[in-house]
Design a protein. Structure first.
Length: 299
């Protein structure tokens, strides 16, 4: 069991200010075009954290409720690319702060059975072409340096804030790990970081990044064109299905109204609400077709 103070510290949202600059991302688009490539999307459970307080996820939830939350990354395949959305965690300090069950590194998780057709070699870390980081919290960004050939995609304002102003105060970088900030800077110095400049940016045909509801300084979520229509990978802009079903904001946000607006927009963008995928809900692995022990296909 972890103290509420620790949870609050690890998920604390940063203060709200930033700098808008240019970005290598392409021009904005609101939804995939008819000619956009069709992708496959997989949810991969790389670990679980048991007995997690639901009131740290759902604003106003019963403080006695607990849940074994799914620690998840998402893999998008198609158009010659293997794109990972978020990269999990692996550094040792996090295992001292949380009880973690069934852990494997995200770099190993991408090689799980069922992701590639039978007879083809499993994916290796070097096969990942791109990693989209939805936000800089430790459990989503810590593994960004595990994929040696991948280009990393991060919101420009998120990068600018957490490599600069956030560290001028003691309460403006909760949940952000210094090692991850250094990893992002090194990737930028190596020419492997692309900064997404704001909302509704189509980074590849049929894959669009949208700004979220202030879970961190500038989080993002991802829309993907699939044979079932647009899938929305909400990440922590929606922790659980309960957020959407009850129209309740996530607990960890400085702007609950903006989080609800983001959820409402997801419903407009997705082909159906069923294709809005929350960040930590174990029910994801029950609602969609199972392709192996840790993996489901979002369809």
């Amino acid at each position: 069991m972890i103290a509420k103070s620790v949870i609050a510290t690890l998920f604390l949202l940063s203060a709200m200010s930033g700098i808008a600059q240019t970005s290598p991302a392409t021009s904005a688009t609101s939804s995939p075009t008819a000619a956009a490539p069709v992708y496959e999307v997989f949810a991969i459970r790389y670990a679980s954290i048991p007995d997690f307080p639901v009131n740290a996820l759902i604003a106003g939830a019963d403080s006695q409720r607990k849940l074994s939350i799914a620690m998840t990354v998402w893999l998008i395949r198609g158009n010659g690319r293997n794109i990972l959305v978020d990269s999990g965690f692996y550094r040792p300090q996090f295992f001292k702060q949380f009880k973690v069950d069934g852990f494997i590194k995200a770099s190993d998780a991408v090689g799980q059975p069922g992701i590639v057709p039978a007879g083809q070699p499993a994916l290796m870390p070097e096969d990942i072409t791109d990693v989209v980081i939805t936000h800089m919290h430790w459990d989503h960004a810590d593994g960004m340096d595990l994929f040696p050939r991948a280009r990393i995609w991060l919101q420009k304002d998120e990068y600018t804030y957490y490599t600069g102003e956030a560290w001028q105060g003691s309460r403006t970088h909760g949940g952000i790990e210094p090692d991850d900030v250094l990893a992002a800077v090194k990737l930028n110095l190596a020419g492997r970081l692309s900064l997404v400049n704001g909302d509704a940016q189509e980074i590849f045909p049929g894959i669009t990044c949208y700004t979220g509801g202030r879970h961190t300084f500038q989080s993002q979520y991802v829309g993907v064109n699939t044979k079932a229509g647009t899938v929305i990978l909400a990440s922590d802009n929606m922790y659980l299905y309960e957020n959407l079903e009850k129209h309740v904001p996530i607990a960890q946000t400085l702007d609950p109204a903006s989080n609800l607006r983001a959820q409402d927009r997801m419903k407009q963008l997705a082909a159906t609400p069923r294709l809005i995928v929350p960040g930590h809900d174990p029910a994801v692995f029950e609602k969609f077709p199972k392709v192996s022990e840790r993996v489901v296909r979002i369809e």
